[in-house]
Design a protein around this ligand. Structure first.
Ligand SMILES: C[S@@+](CC[C@H](N)C(=O)[O-])C[C@H]1O[C@@H](n2cnc3c(N)ncnc32)[C@H](O)[C@@H]1O
Length: 231
């Protein structure tokens, strides 16, 4: 396998249980109306939305979409793009969008790297990668989303001063993300003390995986980085 092909392998599940009929219908009817198509050159993220947006935020691996939907509700002037290859999660978010009439979310039901590669430089005002797959085995570490391959992609598309929000309850992944993000010249960690990473900020809605971690008695880390201004 060539190096570039290896980098494009998507790890993880695309489907769990068969979708319920109502969600299958949403996949057929609603998803095509709000789906992002990354093929065909550079994509203007603000142009994906029906009304003008003041900013565009991106969530990688939104799972069931709880955080994305809540951010969309709280920030009606912002356009949100979510990437998630696990189609049951996409179906869950579509139900939420349909039920609550949310109109400021667009979805790539696929690998976030496909989107990162077609976004213009400095076009995203905030990015979230929350409770990413931890890939605990040593031989699988290169599969972790935050690392030497994707941090340069994120740095390129984030605006000067934009936040990159990361979370996990798995200590090896927390250390790994800190090591790589602190070592990246374009990012600085905003934490000044333990409370800044031990407590989830009020403008950061919870996720399903966070709830599972808390139920197990784990202390998640909430890591906010800022993209340094370009010189
Ligand atoms: C452990 S789950 C966490 C889901 C959600 N963020 C939460 O906190 O509940 C990680 C998610 O990342 C997704 N994922 C993995 N690789 C991805 C990629 N390259 N692009 C987009 N999503 C990805 C997986 O499908 C999975 O749903």
């Amino acid at each position: 396998m060539k190096e570039e092909d290896r980098a494009r392998v998507l790890y993880g599940r695309r489907m769990g249980r068969p979708l319920r009929p109502a969600r299958r219908r949403l996949m057929d009817e609603l998803l095509p109306r709000i789906q992002v198509e990354p093929a065909g050159g550079i994509l203007d993220p603000a142009g994906l939305f029906d009304s003008p947006v003041e900013d565009v935020w991106l969530e990688v691996g939104f799972g069931g979409g709880e955080h994305l939907a809540e951010q969309a509700r709280r920030n009606e002037g912002v356009g949100l793009i979510g990437c998630e290859p696990f189609l049951n999660g996409v179906g869950r978010l579509l139900s939420e969008i349909d039920e609550h009439g949310i109109d400021n979310i667009r979805i790539l039901p696929d690998d976030a790297r496909d989107l990162l590669d077609v976004l213009p430089d400095a076009s995203i005002g905030r990015a979230f990668v929350l409770f990413a797959d931890p890939w605990p085995k040593k031989r699988h570490r290169q599969r972790r989303f935050i690392g030497p391959d994707n941090l340069p992609r994120l740095a390129r598309v984030l605006k000067d001063g934009a936040e990159l929000r990361l979370a996990s309850d798995r200590m090896p992944l927390i250390r790994w993300m800190l090591f790589h993000t602190l070592g990246h010249p374009e990012f600085e960690w905003t934490a000044r003390g333990p409370e800044d990473w031990r407590r989830r900020p009020d403008d950061w809605p919870p996720t399903r995986y966070e709830a599972k971690a808390l139920a197990r008695g784990e202390q998640p880390a909430y890591l906010t980085f800022r993209r340094r201004p370009r010189r």
